[in-house]
Write a protein that binds this ligand. Structure first.
Ligand code: MEV
Length: 307
């Protein structure tokens, strides 16, 4: 058993540009790493027999990683430590992040990736991703692995379950606004909703999932040729399609229509839906959208998607 942890480790947040949910069914997805991810620091605790503690004040998370704990974060964290035969006692881990939790921005994947890196700093990125997926299963049942890949690698990635990821060689970066709805949601619940609708209406849902996959490849073309108008149009269609899977919400539709009404070339829900966030390509003059967000009590996260 290992007894050491690295002093610190980091992971990216993630934003899915296109292809959430359809990625679970083997279609491609397009996602970007967010530099405002998670940083964990590990210090030896004075009592070497004490269970490892994990504290992430931004997520109001403070818990002991006690074997047998019913807390999903403790279960996931211990599952990740176990992959590398990591320590069970004698450490205090503290996390710092600007990512909101349970908002579709990859907080759980960032946590499991950063934990894997704390315990196995020498491990290759694919081993870190595999360990993260072991933890993600505790939270999300059967994750596609997309979130873990982006949390570990960053960049802009085309991801297909079970295949090597493709880094997208964008000709230029672009600005993106993330609009949090303030409604927390569970990825596992939203994935199960889609599964139930798919199983009830397979002939109707299969073409919707296929179309979401086509949208990803059009989005990749748009990024390679820096055609943000095309990307925006594909985002608009994807919002309608993914809402048709059963994971839309009135607040998400409201944020999308406000973004479009104020000149955004495209906006859509991102992540599992049901709540969480909307992404929007900001208009050249974003003052109207900024004002509309303020009136709705929404504070946009303004990021730059870079290679
Ligand atoms: C969640 O961030 C993305 C989903 O596609 C689920 C997954 O890929 O595992 C909804």
């Amino acid at each position: 058993m290992r007894s050491d942890l690295a002093p610190s480790a980091e992971a990216f947040g993630k934003v899915i540009l296109l292809g959430e949910h359809s990625v679970v069914y083997g279609h491609p997805a397009l996602a970007a790493g967010l530099p405002q991810g998670l940083r964990l620091e590990a210090r030896r605790s004075p009592n070497s027999a004490e269970a490892i503690s994990l504290s992430i004040p931004a997520w109001e998370l403070e818990l002991a990683l006690t074997p047998g704990s019913e807390h999903p974060v403790a279960q996931a964290a211990l599952a990740v430590l176990d992959v590398f035969d990591g320590p069970r006692t004698g450490w205090r881990i503290v996390g710092e992040t600007h990512l909101p939790s349970r908002a579709g921005l990859g907080s759980s994947a960032a946590l499991t990736v950063a934990l894997a890196r704390l315990v196995a700093p020498e491990a290759p990125v694919d081993a870190i991703i595999d360990a993260s997926i072991v933890g993600e299963r505790v939270f999300h049942g059967e994750p596609s692995g997309l979130d873990s890949a982006v949390a570990a690698r960053g960049g802009v990635l085309r991801f297909v379950r079970g295949e090597a990821v493709q880094e997208i060689a964008m000709s230029a970066g672009f600005p993106l606004w993330i609009l949090p709805s303030g409604m927390p949601r569970s990825t596992a619940v939203e994935v199960a909703k889609v599964r139930a609708r798919h199983d009830r209406l397979p002939r109707l849902m299969t073409p919707v999932l296929d179309a979401l996959g086509v949208a990803v490849d059009l989005g990749v073309d748009a990024l390679i040729s820096n055609d943000l108008m095309l990307l925006g149009e594909v985002m608009k269609v994807s919002h309608e399609l993914v809402s048709g899977l059963g994971v839309g919400a009135p607040k998400l539709d409201q944020l999308v229509s406000q973004a479009l009404a104020h000149g955004s070339a495209g906006a859509k829900l991102t992540g599992a839906g049901g709540g969480g966030c909307v992404i929007a390509l900001p208009p050249t003059d974003p003052s109207g959208l900024r004002q509309a967000c303020a009136e709705l009590g929404v504070v946009p996260l303004e990021v730059e998607v870079v290679r």
